[in-house]
Design a protein around this ligand. Structure first.
Ligand code: NAD
Length: 381
């Protein structure tokens, strides 16, 4: 019988990688599911909910994982969890693969196979396993809701007997998954929304959400999207033109949500200190790129900085502030990834090590770090 274990997350992580819904499906597929007592509470899933789904409750993390063939986590686990697991068992989570290489080495040496969901190839077959999308979508939503709550004015235009309340102006910079949801949310709240990106494919999407697209649409812009659908780093000349456009636009904005990222690089710097100084007191910037260095020069990750009456917030783990939905979507991403490897008839786990999605996400196996992007570079490179 396949055994799946779920330990509790650390104190800063309210999400969980298994919900009663996915537990029920795994039990139905013939798996034994064990959850550490209280592990789902911060997403409002009680031990009883998991029991009703057919799972067993374990008293400790070690009890939850020691017999498991597969362990689900949200974050990179502490070494103690990997050590408590069977050699050759697998752990699937968002393991932040490019940070703390020594720690990753130590985890590899336990013999556990680690899978990092952030590295899931962005191909059509894997869309339902794409944790970056499932979590960024919620982050984009929550950024606007948080900005609206902190903003001392209303967002929609209101015509009342006492006079008219003007609509707030929201500017979204970077229109990937998070940016699109930020636009949609700000529109639902009645704001006047503009958005910018360097990828031309975005233009139509912005218009279809009822927002206005503004960008430097030169020759370079036409080539800015990679085959994988991501943005390329832009030339200095383009960045200068972009900065000119942004500075004339941003001075009139009430709320700015920034989400611009380039894979494998620090976040592009799109808002300078001078641009912040041109904004009105009371304006709000929410910088979703804070963890990758920030799109705004004044952003401090995890803090709200006030500068000339403008508040710049650099939230970390926004999906964790909507843990009920974030856990539900993340747990479904994990379930979809695992399901093809459950051999229901044999009652065994059969991971297809040649599968593109397995190879794309596998970080460690048989005591070693095996992912091609994590190998030491040959000398001279
Ligand atoms: P991301 O988080 O890497 O970047 C966010 C946005 O920032 C992107 O739209 C990017 O173009 C933009 N950006 C980068 N540099 C910029 C700059 N200098 N100025 C303004 N904007 C800048 O992107 P993402 O949310 O991961 O999505 C990237 C693309 O991948 C989208 O087209 C999305 O639809 C696509 N996607 C595909 C799949 C799939 O097929 N499985 C899944 C998710 C997303």
């Amino acid at each position: 019988m396949i055994s799946i274990g779920v330990p509790a997350e650390g104190k800063d992580e309210p999400r969980i990688g298994l919900t009663p819904e996915t537990a029920k499906k795994l039990v139905k597929a013939g798996a034994k599911v064990t959850v550490r007592s209280g592990a789902g509470l911060r997403s409002h899933f009680s031990d009883q909910d998991y029991k009703d789904a057919g799972a067993t409750i374990a008293k400790s993390d070690a009890d939850a994982v020691s017999n498991a063939d597969i362990v689900f986590t949200v974050r990179r686990p502490p070494l103690s969890i990997a050590k408590a697991m069977k050699k050759g068992a697998a752990l699937i989570g968002m393991l932040d693969p490019f940070s703390d290489a020594n720690e990753l080495d130590a985890l590899a040496k336990t013999g556990v196979s680690l899978f990092s969901m952030e590295l899931m190839p962005r191909i059509t077959r894997a869309q339902s396993m794409d944790v970056l999308s499932s979590q960024s979508n919620l982050a984009g939503y929550k950024a606007v809701v948080d900005a609206a709550a902190a903003f001392e004015r209303a967002l929609p235009m209101m015509m009342t007997a006492a006079g008219t309340v003007p609509a707030a102006k929201v500017f979204v910079m970077g229109v990937g998954v998070a940016g699109l949801q930020a636009i949609a949310t700000a529109r639902r709240l009645g704001a006047i929304v503009t958005a910018t990106d360097v990828r031309p494919a975005v233009k139509e999407q912005v218009a279809s959400l009822g927002a206005k697209f503004i960008a430097v649409e030169d020759e370079e812009f036409k080539q800015a999207q990679t085959a994988a659908g991501y943005a390329k780093p832009m030339s200095e000349e383009y960045q200068k033109k972009q900065a000119e456009l942004v500075s004339s636009h941003i001075a009139n904005q009430d709320i700015v949500i920034t989400t611009a990222l380039i894979p494998g690089r620090p976040a592009p710097r799109l808002i300078s200190k001078a641009m912040v100084e041109s904004m009105k007191p009371g304006a709000i910037i929410i910088d979703l790129a804070a963890e990758r260095g920030g799109n705004c020069e004044l952003t401090k990750p995890g803090e709200v900085v006030e500068h000339g009456g403008v508040r710049i917030s650099g939230p970390i783990n926004l999906p964790g502030t909507v843990p009920v939905n974030a856990s539900a979507l993340y747990a479904r991403n994990l379930l979809t990834f695992l399901t093809p490897f459950i051999d229901k008839e044999a009652g065994e786990l059969k991971i297809d090590w040649d599968d593109e999605l397995v190879q794309g996400t596998l970080l460690t196996k048989d005591g070693k770090v095996v992912h091609p992007n994590l190998q030491p570079k040959p000398e001279g490179e």
